[in-house]
Each structure stands twice: as structure tokens, then as C-alpha cells.
Design a binder for this molecule. Sequence first.
Ligand code: FAD
Length: 601
Amino acid sequence: MSSLLGRKGTKVTNILLPEYDYIVVGAGSAGAVVAARLSEDAGSSILLLEAGGDDYGDKMVAVPLMYGALQRTHRDWMLSVEPQKHALKAFKGNRNYYPRGKMLGGSSNLNAMIYVRGCRLDFDRWAELGCEGWSYEDVLPYFLKSEAFVDINNGDSIVEKDYHNTRGPQEVTRFSPSSLSRVFRSAGEELGYKTVDYNGREMIGVSPSFTNVTKNGLRASTSRAFLRPAMDRPNLHISIHSHVEKVLIEGSRAVGVLVKKDGREVTVRCRKEVIICAGAIMSPQILLLSGVGPRQHLDEAKIPVLKDLPVGENLQDHLFVPVTSPVTSTDLLARSTLLNPLNILKYLWSGGGWLRVSPITELAFFRLGSATPPGMPDIQFHVVPSAQEKGVRDRTEKMFDYKDEIFTDYLESGAKIFGSRQGVSISVTLLHPKSTGTVRLNVVDPKGPPLVDPNFLARQEDVDIFVKGIREAQRFLDTKAMKAIGAESRNIERAYKPILWQHAYDSDGYYGEYVRHFAHNVYHPTSTCKMGAIDDPTTVVDSQLRVKGFSNLRVADASVIPEVISGNTNAACVMIGEKAADLIRGIDSVRQFRKPLFSKL
Ligand SMILES: Cc1cc2nc3c(=O)[nH]c(=O)nc-3n(C[C@H](O)[C@H](O)[C@H](O)COP(=O)(O)OP(=O)(O)OC[C@H]3O[C@@H](n4cnc5c(N)ncnc54)[C@H](O)[C@@H]3O)c2cc1C
């Protein structure tokens, strides 16, 4: 088999065998884990099919701070959401660009590397919704199994050691080169918030970000952490530029896939299972093209219906809205810092300095409303130690597609307020939206990009919580600690004169309009192949991740998440990949991580 493998970079196969035991579709955050773990059984043969290319040797991907430069390149599916009725009013066509990773490692190679597992109550809620075996106590061992926590801050007191593993495959580190970390922590304390290990016992509070960055300063994607160590195994074939069009189903049994590779359509069969791990947008597309989905929609797309299931329904995603402020601190993420040769040398020499960080250096979690149970946050802050600087503005414009007239206004008024000062940006993030949307085929071109309609902010409750989040961000900016570095809490007026001035400044209506214009998606889509009880009509897969009504067919990725979690979604997808592999192999690989501590939570 090894003679079929290419020699450069990742060992990818150029020729597909007619049959494998398992076919894994998509090498992203979950798929790379599933394939790598299944290949631990030397007696099983596994084919991993990835539509994108290899990430090996791609320095833009490997250097964390290059994060923003990856979108709208060949590494990205380059999707957009459908025009929104209730949101995105500041963006061209009321749409948002919607990046998704398209390469080995998938979105774990395109993301901002923030490592958040979610709140324990999120997973207990999953269990309540009928996901047997997915309570916090059940899933924590799988989070631990994948983690290699490297305490480069040398015994920092906030890290709760019992909640971390140092020996898994995927590195997690915490590091901030800016003094903002200390200031932000003090600001939190002034307001009565603890500094917490948000991946530990309690989530609500303030913390420097944990990130999937290696101790040497490289992005710790799932391809680096899971696939590369496994790729010499002769029983694992990794095939890139291989776009799966549909699952082949005979009767109610999945028997293989139809894949387009190098311009040719090829059929590959499986002896055991097909596992779809193409993410919350593409997994539903593959199922729909295979004839599994809402009957009416499949009829419109002229696809014979094998099973009427709510595939593509229940799309959930996080949104955030920026609250920015000038500050006088100098050690922030400024363009001059980045281009400083000393910083570049520092990174090349030791993997240290600014180039090794995610642009989001601080996080905070709050419960400001009453819709979530005590202990479960409803608002998150993503804090970026940078705002309004010329280079940053240019990048923002490129990334976010603001309407021309709004962006000019935003730039001009921003320039007036900030002058030559640096800034910080607190991205206020709505964690538990009530509004849900859909992923549908484009009936004119079903194999083309799917239609993603998140239906953002359709429910007023979502806006109301956001407004509370904005006011909380202003309280942070008003603390003594933040004021000491020149923070100003009322900058939101600067950009939005024509649209927002029909509401009294500083009123809830004013900030509500601000949210409906400027809230932007955080790229955490989930729940389009919802997991849950088999008799629940809203679910697509059961607790073993099996597509209802079929044998030998599972989904394992963000799409199975029944309700979006209280934080960034990557770690949960890795956990889902770990647990899926155990379910498929019929083993319990995490016994060693089940400690008595967890039953006392
Ligand atoms: C820009 C951005 C920033 C983010 N920042 C963070 C962050 O800082 N922290 C965090 O926790 N989360 C973050 N996320 C979210 C997180 O990365 C995702 O939730 C997670 O990666 C999803 O994992 P997945 O396995 O479901 O899908 P993906 O990782 O997207 O994997 C799907 C894979 O399937 C492949 N594929 C799709 N269709 C096909 C097909 N038809 N045939 C073959 N292959 C196919 C894709 O190319 C891809 O490789 C971010 C996401 C983005 C896009």
C-alpha cells in the first residue's frame, strides 16, 4: 500500500482502492480525529477523503497571527450567508462572508485557535435532550484525552490541574505578550468577577485565552496533532482534492460514496461504515444530495427521497458585536509591533512574541439574562488588543464587507475619536441565540455552494441580551483599571449617525439598532444534523451518531451538536471526533480519565 503514497508533505494517496472498511468524509476538526483513532486498529483499513488540499509546510496556516490572512484563499470554501431580514444591516446585501476551512485540518486550520470546551451545563443539557452518554461527566474524559496542556506560564494559579491533561496529542497553551491581560483581570475584579480557568470547574469570570498553539508557537490543528503522527500507518489512506458528492445507499444500508477526484467521478465502497465529518454546512449538503432530508425540499431539488429527516434545519451560530475604545497602552497588537524585526527574530528563534498568539488574547463569560440556568453564561467577550489602527482597519474592511457609505462613516468618525491612539476591541458575543436557521441545497445547482440562512436575530430576546452585553462591556471600560490606560466607554456613537440617531443616544433602542446593523457571525455553525432521542422529530442522528433509519452511516462533527455550546466550538468538535471513534470501535478508551472528582461537580 505504501507505494501508492506520495512522497512530499503529508503522505497522501493518489489512487483509491475499490473498498475500505471505513470511509471518513472530511479531514477537519472532527474528521481528522476519527480517521486517526480508527487507524489505531491495524486490522481496519480507513480512507479519509478531503475536498481541500494539504496544509503541510503552509507557513500562513502554521503561524498563529497570520489567522486573518487565510480567509478568501484556496484554504477556504468562501461561502456567504443569504440576505438577512433582521440582521447584518451594515453589510453589503445584508450578507456576511462565511469562511470554512478547506484543507487537511479543516476549520481547525482556519480558526482563531481559542480553546474553550463549553460549560458543563451545556453537556448536561445535551443529555436531558436525549443524548445518552453525552453529559459533562461522560464527555470530560474525551476532552482530556485529546489535550496536551503545556503550562508555559509555569504554574499559573488559575489553571485547575485536575481539569487538564498534559499527555494528549493536541497542545494547549496560554500566553499573552501584552499588559492588557493584567489590566483586564483587574477590571474584572473591580466588577466582582473572578479570574477563572474557564475550562475548569466554573466558567463565569475573566481569563487570558487558552489556545491551540504549540509550545514552539505553531498552530496546533487537528492535522498537525492527529493526522501527521498517524499517516505512516499503512492502513490509513488520506486522499486530498477529493470531493464527496453523495453517500451510496442500498436499501437502508450505506455501502460507499461517490467522490470527485481530479475531475473524475469514482465510486469507493465500504465494508463497514461511512462517517460524514464535513462540518455543519457541508454534512447536511451531502446527506441532502444522498436523498436524506426534508421531503418537500428534496422534491423541489428533484432528488429521490430515501428518508424524510430534518437535515439542514436548526442551524445555530454565535454572533458578536464590537465595542471599541482607545487606550494609551503601547504594548498592544499594533502593526508596528508586528513588523518590528526584533519580534520576527524572537519568533523565529524561540517561537515567542506576538506572532505566536491568537489575536484574541482575553476572554470573559457572563450570565446577564435569566434564560440560561445559574452557572451557564449567555454572553462572552472576545478581547482583541487592537482597534482602529490604519492597517487593522484595512483588514477589517476586507474581511467584513461593510456597505460603502457605512464604512466611510465608520472610518471617518473612528479616525476622529482614536486619532493616533491605539485601541482595544471587546467583541460582545451572544452565546445562546433563540433564532435558528437552515442549510438548504441551491435547487438550481444542488451540487454548488449550499444556501446558508442563519435567520440571525429573528427573535427580539437575542437583541435584548446583546444590549445587556454592550452595557457590560461599557462597565468594563469604565473601571479604574481600564480608565488608567485611557479607556473611554461611550464610543459606539461614532460610526452610525444616519442610521441610529432616530433613537435617543445610549437608549436600549439605540444599541438594539447597533446590534441589528453591526453584529457579525463568529463562524460557529452547529446543529444541522441534530443528535438526540430517536423518537424526537427534530433529530437526525441518535446518541451513537447513527443517521436514523440507516445502518453503517454516521455523522460526527459540529452538525450533531444539539444546542450550540457556551463558547467557541472547535474543542467540542475534537471531543465529538474522539467519542465517535470509540462508539465505532466499540471500546472505552477513556477509563483512565474518569476520576472521582468529576462525580462531585
Ligand atoms: C474563521 C474561523 C474562526 C474560528 N475561530 C474559532 C476559535 O478560535 N476557536 C474555536 O473553538 N472555534 C473556532 N471556529 C469554529 C471551529 O473551528 C469549528 O467549529 C470547527 O472547526 C468545526 O469542525 P468540523 O469538524 O465540524 O468541521 P470542519 O473543521 O470545517 O471540517 C470539515 C472538513 O470537511 C471537508 N469537506 C467539506 N465538504 C466536503 C466534501 N463534500 N467532500 C470532502 N470533504 C469535504 C472540509 O474541507 C473540511 O476539511 C472558527 C471557525 C472559523 C471558520
